[in-house]
Design a binder for this molecule. Structure first.
Ligand code: UDX
Length: 442
């Protein structure tokens, strides 16, 4: 799946399994950036022609790209995925393939794998709570929680505590039916598979994982994460060049003094929001490290900063195009993370004990924010208008005030739990043992 938030956990899981003695072949799409085989000499890489038209790939429309990939790969007359899989399975230079682990969004995989008698495991790159929402999607419609209605946004979803209607992922009315059909197919694919792997860990979401086990009734439902910490190669899966100069810059700052600002690989701002963010950061008086991707501002290539911004922040702020995010979050100088709450960013922040300032935009991000703020208590939400005064206040609260300090304390406690689950005999190691034994038994 050619998106950073999906490639990272998939390659990290591959790395974890490789370290336990399994051979790994990575099938990847070609329409957007592909992983760099030179960074993973231990894996075999096989490109799959994905059939996504250039204009769709260039549109940045994630759902459109996923839809086009599935449609092209599933078309009976093309059978492209099955042919690639058959070639991989028939390659006598490689050890025999025992199963395929596929991204839950790649609906073309089950049919191709079934035709070749290859068992499937599904990796979902969101949280367990998010996966529960997908399973519950028909119920959410039947009971009138969805589609979103302005008057019901604060209504608790009593079947999925602690979520309220506003925390469920938003689908525009025109896409509701397609979304219903697609999610039904995702859940069906998982039910027909040999198992579901989730990038989470027991201490974080044990109740959610347990409910999924009960609801799906399939041979294996596993909290197989946090894969970013189980994997030894945190930097190997970035699709963009990471700017390591920021680490030296962080070295010059006091512990917990810097706010790291990044909205992942897909979320974006309009030009006015960009200005408000710039001035909010500048006016906050706090050191900040801000990731401004070339496509961060809608409709602009490489946005210009407002007049006076660079002089105003001088040595207090650093702007880069793409960060080595895990190293940044692990740096002692980082005291807060302004995030869009993509699941990888959320989990990476939790793993490093960094409290969050949350500004979710779409998909599972609203659900993740609710858990960060309400369940784990390791962040605050920046809601309302994205305006410099609000931004400044929220930054101060997170970085300086008592409330932010308490969130930092809870984040550090959660980090300790991550450490526990990663130790020999910890729940994450036990989960991976179980997965490896399961794969070997196939
Ligand atoms: C998407 C969805 O938005 C997310 O909600 C879903 O759960 C997974 O796919 P994305 O929006 O890119 O992903 O966010 P996120 O899940 O946080 O993944 C971003 C990844 O890029 C993280 O692993 C992060 O470490 C990495 N990253 C981000 C960098 O390496 N450098 C950066 O500068 C920013």
């Amino acid at each position: 799946m050619p998106f950073q938030g999906h490639t990272n956990p998939m390659l990290q899981l591959g790395d974890v399994l490789h370290a336990r003695g399994l051979a790994i072949t990575v099938l990847h799409a070609t329409c957007l950036s592909a992983p760099d085989p030179e960074r993973h000499p231990e894996f075999q890489f096989v490109p799959v022609p994905d059939g996504v038209p250039d204009h769709v790939a260039a549109s940045g429309d994630v759902l459109g790209i996923i839809h086009a990939m599935n449609a092209a790969m599933e078309a009976d007359e093309s059978a492209v995925l099955r042919d690639v899989l058959a070639t991989v399975l028939g390659d006598e230079r490689q050890p025999p393939a025992v199963c395929i682990i596929f991204d839950a969004n790649l609906l073309a995989v089950p049919k191709a794998a079934e035709a070749l008698g290859l068992p499937t495991l599904v990796l979902t790159t969101g949280s367990a709570a998010c996966f529960r929402c997908l399973v519950a999607y028909p119920m959410l419609h039947e009971k009138g929680y969805l589609p979103h209605q302005e008057t019901k946004l604060d209504m608790p979803v009593k079947e999925l505590p602690p979520l309220r209607v506003r925390d469920l992922f938003y689908t525009p009315p025109s896409h509701q039916e397609v979304m219903k059909r697609t999610l039904a197919r995702v859940v069906e694919a998982v039910k027909k598979s040999s198992g579901l792997l989730m990038d989470t860990f027991d201490a974080l979401e044990i109740a959610e994982v347990q409910r999924i086990r009960e609801e799906l009734n399939i041979p294996l439902v596993l909290a197989a994460g946090p894969v970013n910490k189980l994997s030894s190669k945190s930097i190997g899966s970035s699709l963009l060049d990471q700017d390591f100069s920021c680490i030296e810059w962080l070295d010059q700052h006091h512990p917990e003094s810097v706010l790291y600002v990044s909205y992942g690989s897909l979320a974006s701002l309009d030009s006015n929001e960009f200005l408000e963010v710039a001035w909010g950061l500048a006016n906050s008086g706090h050191p900040f490290l801000w990731v401004v991707r070339p496509d961060l501002v809608r409709g602009m290539d490489c946005p210009d900063f407002p007049n006076g911004f660079e002089a105003a922040v001088h040595s207090r702020g650093k702007v880069i195009r793409w960060a080595p995010q895990q190293e940044v979050l692990a740096h002692p100088a980082v005291g807060g993370f302004w995030t869009h709450n993509g699941w990888n960013s959320t989990l990476e922040s939790i793993c490093e004990g960094v409290p969050m300032m949350c500004r979710p935009q779409f998909a599972d991000q609203t659900t993740n924010t609710r858990y960060v703020v309400n369940t784990w208590g390791v962040g605050l939400e920046l809601d309302g208008e994205l305006e410099r005064g609000n931004i400044e206040k929220a930054i101060r609260k997170l970085m300086k005030e008592r409330e932010g300090g308490e969130m930092r304390g809870r984040a550090k406690e959660l980090k300790k739990k991550v450490g526990e689950c990663l130790k020999d005999g910890g729940t994450a190691q036990i989960a991976i043992d179980k997965l490896v034994n399961y794969i070997l038994s196939m």
